[in-house]
Structure formats: C-alpha cells, structure tokens
Design a binder for this molecule. Structure first.
Ligand SMILES: Cc1cc2nc3c(=O)[nH]c(=O)nc-3n(C[C@H](O)[C@H](O)[C@H](O)COP(=O)(O)OP(=O)(O)OC[C@H]3O[C@@H](n4cnc5c(N)ncnc54)[C@H](O)[C@@H]3O)c2cc1C
Length: 472
C-alpha cells in the first residue's frame, strides 16, 4: 500500500514492478490526492516558462498497479493495519509506504490567505499542476506579477514569467537570493543576471500585505503595483498522517537506513521523509530511497540500505547556468572567481584535495568537471584555477565539452544516477536517439538539465563508436 502518487510514490511503484513484473511477491495499491496521473513536478518550472505543456510532463504509469487518483488517505490505524481514505474506503496493508511529499507554505502575511486558509484571489502557490494553471491564467504579456521568495523556486518562477513578457518583481526577505545554496557574492551575481533578463529583484524586502486593488505592500514601506502574487516561500513536509498515527516526526517523518519509521511495517520516502544523510527537497534522494525500499520489500536485495545523497542543485532558468553542490566549512581550501559583468561566479572548496563544495555560475564546462570530481571523490588537479575556469589539463579530468575524455564512471544524469558507461552500454544495445537512451537508462527524465550532455555523448558515439555498424 502506497500513500502519495507524486514523483517518489510513482517511482517506487515502477521500481517494484521492475523487480516483480507479474506482482507475484508484491500487490500494490496507491492513493493519490491529486486528480492528475503522476507527473514530473521538477519540470513545472519549464511549464511555467513555456518550454513544456502539462501533458508533456506526465510520468510513465507502472503496469499492474491499482491507482486511485483524487483519493487522499485520511487516517492510519496501525493496530488494525488499515488506511482510511476520503472516499470512505478502508485499505488493509502488510507494509505501508508513505510518499506524501511536501506542501507549499503560505506565510502569515495579511491578505495572502482567504477565510479557509487557502490562497486568496490573485494569490498562487507554486507546487503542483493546478498552481501552475492558475499562474498561467494571469501570466499574459504586460501583466504585473510579484513573486514572494527568492529561493530556487522563486527564482525559476520569476525568470520563467519574465520570459513570457510579464513585468516581474521578486521580493526576498534575506540579504541575497538562494541563501541556502549560494554565498553573498554568488547571490549578487545571480541578482544581476536576473535584472539583465528583466526581473526587478529586491532583496532584504519582506511582503507585508496584499490586496488585489492596491498590490503588494512591503516592510520597507514600498508598494508594488501587481495584478497577482506567486508565493514561493518554502515548503513543509506532509507529515500529518504519520503524526496522527503516533509515528516519530520532526521536520519530516523520521526513517532509518531501511527507510522504516519507528513502526517497522510503515516506511517513508521522498520529501515527507527525514533521513539523517538525505538532502531535503531534492528528487534524487527520493528516487534513490524508492529503489532501496523496492529492493527490500520485494526481497530482491534484503541487504539494501539507503546511506544518503550528496546534493547538487541546478537552477532551471533560461540564460543562467548555475549549479551548487556540497558544503563549505571553515578551514577548507577555497578559491573564488567573480566576473559579475558577464554573469560568472565560481567558488571551489576542497578538503584533503577532494572537492567538497562548489558554486558555479556561467561556467558550464568547469561545473561538469567539478561535479564529476565531487561524485567520484577523485583528487582534484593541482592547478585549481584551471579547474575552476574549466580548462582541461593534460592527463586530468576532461571538461564537459569533450565527452570522449569524460571518465566512464562520470555521472551524467544526477537525478537518476546514470553514468557515461550506462549510456554507452544502452547505445551498444541499439538505443540511438535521446528518447531511446532515456527510456533505456532514465537519463534526462528528471530535471532535464543533462539533456545536452546526453546528446553530446550520443553525437560522440555516432562518430566514434566502432561497434555501430554491427549494432545498427
Ligand atoms: C516547481 C518545482 C521545481 C522543482 N525543481 C527541482 C529540481 O530542479 N531538482 C530537484 O531535485 N527537485 C526539484 N523540486 C522538488 C521535487 O519536485 C521534489 O523533491 C519531488 O517532487 C519529491 O517527490 P515526492 O513524491 O516525495 O513528493 P511529491 O512529488 O510532492 O508527491 C507527493 C504526493 O503525495 C500526495 N499526497 C499528500 N498527502 C496525501 C494523502 N494523505 N493521501 C494521498 N496522497 C497524498 C500529494 O498530493 C502529492 O501528489 C522542484 C519542485 C517544484 C515544485
């Protein structure tokens, strides 16, 4: 029994069916509160920006799984091992998987919420397809929209709306944008890049009150004339069901390396789960957890354990190439380059010669090489500056522009942990186009930021692979 048919619940069902195609070991029932079939939430930013439409982000449906869309679980009775739902039905289970994700948070600002606590007229959150449709209803060229919150989602929303010809003002209460991932210097360069793309960025400014007739009042005394507000002020894990059933909950539902809660028959994965070594709010962690739990619950690998995910965040905003990874601590060896006029910024942090953190903006080749070192844990080249600037060094890790020199173990698609070797193997088995490579390996089906890299490897193989004649 699975509660939640989002990115991780749907992936878990697919992982189970990969290991148990005929349902001989595991019979699956899934409740999904949203009325839509499962879709790729990560790509909503691209839908908002106009690069994709809603039907294009649907996720493949796993066969042999009973899904109840538009039905939410309302209560969990652990002693009877039964889940109750909004349709009045009861679902008995042997093992229960909670994949209830997060909900967007509406801050306590006057006028943002209606009497029922839901967003007031003119206000949209940015979490699901319905939010996206609501925003797109008002996102006509010339419309004025205020985006509240300058984290990853707020920045992506602001950039996407500006690209549609909307007059966007982005207000962020912190001193710089994306403060969870960026230092102040990178935040400044990002703000400059956004301004260059037409977004009015105001940092250190909080929203104070909203009224459709007058606009958004801010805590610095200014008023933003806006027709609508998009709120991207953070998320909260959806833990109500677990807490109501007496399970241990902190920021999320507490789980161990077997993805079990304090009740061994109840598991939690994805954004609703809190594992000590998982990066919160990123799909890669949830998908890795789904694979481990499928190994355990189908019996495919009883020794499988989830040990954590090292976060890499990529901004999906046309015209801005930005990746942030790992952490920087006092005492780390650090290098910085800053070139604000050209929208470039680099920070590299190393410990014992290994990359432990980086911020790379406008440096795509360097970003690929640095992420490769971060993933592999290999020692960084001695010429750190050349690495930071993306210059390939003789006998040292290659830049992204040269797929031939990329090590086979390099992870090309982070969301799905697909290596160059896996892509080469799929190619040799006959997957010749991006779609076929994606179907075979899942590369480029997550945030999509590796699409160009996958195409680069395909093009390189097209010219370089001597086995292509025999495999064609
Ligand atoms: C616009 C946007 C851009 C993003 N970009 C990135 C990115 O670039 N990289 C990245 O790694 N992550 C990104 N994320 C985050 C990513 O989408 C999440 O990490 C991922 O969706 C988590 O999957 P999940 O299944 O845990 O949660 P969700 O996808 O949120 O799914 C949870 C589902 O459970 C349902 N549910 C909740 N309660 C119940 C209940 N009681 N009964 C039944 N169903 C219930 C919900 O309705 C929802 O459909 C982005 C998110 C958004 C909104």
């Amino acid at each position: 029994m699975v509660v939640g048919h989002g990115m991780v619940g749907a992936r878990f069902a697919e992982e189970v069916r990969r290991r148990d195609p005929d349902g001989e070991r595991v019979s699956l029932t899934v409740l999904g509160a949203e009325a839509h079939p499962a879709y790729n939430r990560v790509l909503l930013s691209t839908v908002l920006a106009g690069g994709l439409t809603a039907p294009m982000v649907a996720l493949p449906a796993a066969e042999g799984v009973t899904v109840h869309p538009g039905v939410a679980a309302t209560a969990l009775d652990r002693s009877a091992r039964v889940v109750h739902d909004t349709a009045g039905a009861e679902h008995p289970y042997d093992e229960l998987v909670l994949a209830t994700g997060c909900r967007a948070w509406l801050p306590p600002v006057d006028g943002l919420a209606g009497a029922d606590g839901a967003p007031a007229p003119g206000v949209s959150l940015f979490r699901d397809l319905d939010d996206c449709a609501r925003i797109l209803d008002v996102a006509e060229p010339g419309a004025r929209i205020a985006v509240v919150g300058g984290g990853l989602l707020g920045v992506e929303a602001a950039r996407g709306l500006a690209g549609r010809g909307v007059a966007v003002t982005l207000v962020h209460p912190r001193t710089h944008l994306m403060e969870r991932q960026l230092d102040a210097g990178a935040g400044e360069v990002l703000a400059g890049a956004l301004r260059g793309l037409g977004v009015d960025v105001r940092c250190g400014v909080g929203a104070k009150a909203w009224a459709p007739e007058t606009g958004l009042d801010c805590d610095d005394g200014t008023r933003i004339a806006a027709d609508a507000v998009v709120v991207a002020a953070g998320v909260r894990a959806e833990t109500g069901l677990a807490a109501g059933a007496g399970l241990a909950v902190d920021r999320g539902i507490l789980v161990n390396d077997r993805l079990a809660t304090d009740d061994g028959r109840v598991h939690a994965i994805g954004d609703c789960a809190q594992h000590p070594a998982a990066a919160a709010g990123l799909v890669q962690s949830g998908w890795e957890q789904a694979a481990v739990l499928a190994d355990l619950l189908t019996g495919a690998d009883p020794a499988a354990r989830y040990r954590g995910t090292r976060p890499v965040t990529r901004l999906k905003a046309a015209g801005i190439d930005l990746a942030a990874l790992g952490d920087v601590a006092d005492g780390d060896e650090q290098l910085h380059v800053s070139d604000p006029r050209r929208g470039r910024y680099g920070l590299l942090a190393l410990r014992d010669d290994r990359v432990v953190g980086a911020i790379m903006m406008g440096l795509p080749d360097a970003a690929a090489a640095v992420i490769g070192l971060f993933d592999s844990g290999a020692p960084a080249p001695s010429d750190r500056l050349a690495l930071l600037l993306g210059r390939a060094l003789p006998g040292e890790p290659a830049a992204a522009g040269d797929p031939g020199r990329l090590p086979g173990t390099a992870v090309v698609c982070r969301c799905n942990t697909v290596t160059k070797n896996a892509l080469v193997a799929a190619w040799r088995e006959g997957a010749r186009e991006l779609d076929a490579l994606s179907r075979r390996t899942r590369a480029a089906t997550g945030c999509g930021s590796c699409r160009d890299a996958v195409c680069g490897i395909r093009d390189w193989l097209e010219h370089a692979d001597p086995s292509r004649e025999s495999a064609a």
